[in-house]
Design a protein around this ligand. Structure first.
Ligand code: F3S
Length: 283
């Protein structure tokens, strides 16, 4: 029996860095209490483990306003500029684990809007990363994700427009929307800020799924990127299974001699290793 584990399974660089930062801070008693602005990753096992170590999640600015001491950790998605100011005013120790690729977008929109550019963010309005990027725009800006939204824009033709993207936005859709924008704006500066960690994981998962008899996709129930990985693999390999932990292997009927494994962006390494080790007992 052969097990093919995807090299890109699990945490991307930015999430890995953010999770490690929280564990490092939690290991220093003088930093407690520790708060993360939103869950550091969408994985209940990890957040429950961190809670045992004294890490609490805050979900809103109202909650942040009530904090009087401790450490505030910014997760990989990043936050708007005003959150840094709030943390400073409240004398909180701020630890910034914003992914450097997201930080770069903050810098682009801040500098461009300081010069008077109109900012267009291609992405989903509800996504925390996009909300954070909006919080670095010092002038006019908008968030769009459809052609109709572009057609509804009324930006003066002579205005310089800087365009960035949510890091996880679909590249094909981004290129299409930029082509639409080029027809209505004459002074465009486009920066493709899509991170390829997600697409690399999807390309590798698809490739492995074509080479195996059964495929296992590991990730949280509500993780949309894991769901997407599952759909991609299922198209290539009908024996594809979506599991959360090694325990779920009991419910899975693996077929064939070659088994593939991949995992969503918020699946910790220990869960992936446990599945990898336990798959062998199924035979
Ligand atoms: Fe991950 Fe940072 Fe890319 S958080 S998906 S490496 S932008």
């Amino acid at each position: 029996m052969e097990v093919k584990l995807a090299k890109t399974a699990g945490f991307c660089f930015g999430v890995k860095r953010a999770v490690e930062t929280v564990y490092e801070q939690a290991a220093q008693p003088e930093q407690l209490p520790i708060y993360t602005f939103g869950p550091i990753i969408h994985n209940e096992e990890v957040t429950a483990d961190l809670e045992k170590k004294g890490v609490r999640i805050i979900h809103s600015e109202e909650e942040l306003r009530k904090l009087e001491k401790g450490t505030l950790i910014i997760r990989s998605h990043g936050v708007g500029e005003h959150i840094y100011k709030m943390a400073e005013e409240q004398n909180l120790h701020l630890v910034d684990a914003t992914c450097p690729f997201v930080k770069k977008i903050h810098k682009i929109v801040k500098e461009a809007s300081d010069k008077g550019d109109y900012i267009i963010i291609i992405g989903s309005k509800e996504h925390p990363e996009v909300q954070g990027i909006c919080g670095w725009c010092h002038g006019e800006y908008c968030v769009i994700s459809t052609e109709e939204e572009i057609r509804a824009l009324s930006i003066p033709k002579e205005k310089k427009v800087t365009v960035v993207s949510q890091t996880t936005f679909n590249l094909v859709k981004f290129k299409y929307l930029v082509a639409v924008l080029e027809k209505i704006c004459y002074n465009l500066y486009i920066v493709n800020t899509i991170c390829n960690a997600t697409s690399e994981r999807q390309v590798e998962a698809k490739q492995i799924a074509t080479e195996v008899d059964s495929m296992i996709v590991i990730g949280g129930k509500t993780s949309s990127n894991t769901q997407k990985l599952y759909e991609i693999c299922k198209e290539e390999c009908k024996n594809t299974y979506y599991i959360q932990t090694a325990k779920d292997l009991e419910t899975v009927q693996l077929e064939g001699d070659v088994i593939g494994i991949t995992a969503g962006a918020s699946t910790p390494k220990n869960i992936i290793e446990e599945v990898q080790a336990n798959v062998r007992f199924k035979f």
